[in-house]
Design a protein around this ligand. Structure first.
Ligand code: PMP
Length: 301
């Protein structure tokens, strides 16, 4: 039976429940993370990928939202390791930490409300196909940082994601690409965005209302180590239609190549060379198959 850590103890996931009157449920006043642990089959061992970086971003999200998770980054990391160690998973796992305004208060404020923290883990395979997707530029705009802080992973802001991704799915696409109010490319529905033009790897600048993605930062590091020239800058919509390669990155989606966009082929319609190179190294790194990046992994014993 899956377990959760909630109310400062470990308990069955189905018992980790809240009241219908919970502030965070009514007003979206919560912060969360999405972390992956990968199963290395040969070693029959789980490795959590970039656990500290995820909890450090979680702490920054909570700081913006005036939420006190009541645990330090180190404590949350430790509880997460204990949660996995108790469950003996033999497959890839998705870990979901959540902190939220917990009191049953009918008042829209971030002040004077008790906060709670919990974390649970569930088995999860691929979130999007990793073999080539068809995406659409969404008519919904990515949240402005001055409306809902885009670098904070806030529960309520995923209304924006749900609107865009649902419309994309109903229109027959696999995912949506968000533009900013200024019309620049921001990101996917729950993933950061990369493009390759003339051998150069390009991702939207951090000030384009994007989430400060941990996979985005990982990919920039891997590109550097592979000698692939990379930069972050403003990306225009029409560049999407002439780029050589496009792909999405994120903890959930991992590296998801985009082979068609708005009914146009990307490059020759197959997965590009640089995308394949990064995908292959990323898959080795997250599963603990590469010694060079061990410091990014937390093994579960
Ligand atoms: N943007 C958004 C809106 C997301 O929800 C995610 C997934 N957390 C990402 C980007 C990718 O971030 P990361 O690589 O840290 O998972």
């Amino acid at each position: 039976m899956p377990l959760a850590y909630f109310h400062h103890r470990f308990l069955p996931l189905e018992e980790a429940t809240v009241s219908i009157a919970t502030h965070g449920l009514n007003y979206g006043t919560g912060c969360f993370e999405g972390i992956r642990a990968y199963h290395n089959r040969e070693q029959d061992k789980l490795y959590i990928f970039r656990l500290r970086e995820h909890y450090e971003r979680f702490a920054r999200s909570c700081q913006i939202m005036r939420i006190d998770p009541g645990h330090s980054v180190d404590e949350m990391m430790e509880r997460t390791v204990q949660l996995l160690a108790q469950q003996n998973f033999h497959e890839d796992v998705y870990i979901r930490p959540l902190a939220f305004k917990a009191d049953p208060v009918i008042k829209v404020t971030l002040e004077g409300i008790r906060d709670e923290f919990g974390v649970f883990a569930v088995p999860l395979g691929d979130y999007l196909p990793t073999s080539g997707i068809h995406v659409a530029v969404s008519s919904w705009r990515r949240l402005e940082d001055n409306a809902i802080p885009s670098r904070a992973k806030v529960t309520g802001s995923y209304v924006n994601t749900a609107l865009a991704v649902t419309d994309a799915h109903l229109a027959g696409f696999d995912d949506a690409i968000f533009l900013t109010e200024a019309g620049h490319v921001a990101e996917g529905s729950a993933a950061n965005f990369f493009m390759v033009r003339e051998g150069m790897l390009i991702t939207p600048d951090i000030s384009e209302n994007i989430l400060e993605g941990i996979t985005r930062q990982t990919i920039m590091q891997l590109a550097h180590d592979l000698g692939i020239p990379a930069a972050s800058r403003t990306i225009d919509r029409s560049e999407l239609y002439v780029a050589d390669e496009l792909f999405l990155v994120g903890t959930g989606v991992q590296i998801s190549p985009i082979t068609r966009i708005d009914h146009r082929m990307v490059g020759d319609g197959t997965i590009g060379k640089i995308t394949l190179q990064l995908q292959s190294l990323y898959n080795q790194v997250v599963r603990g198959e590469s010694d060079a990046y061990r410091s990014w992994l937390t093994p579960i014993d």
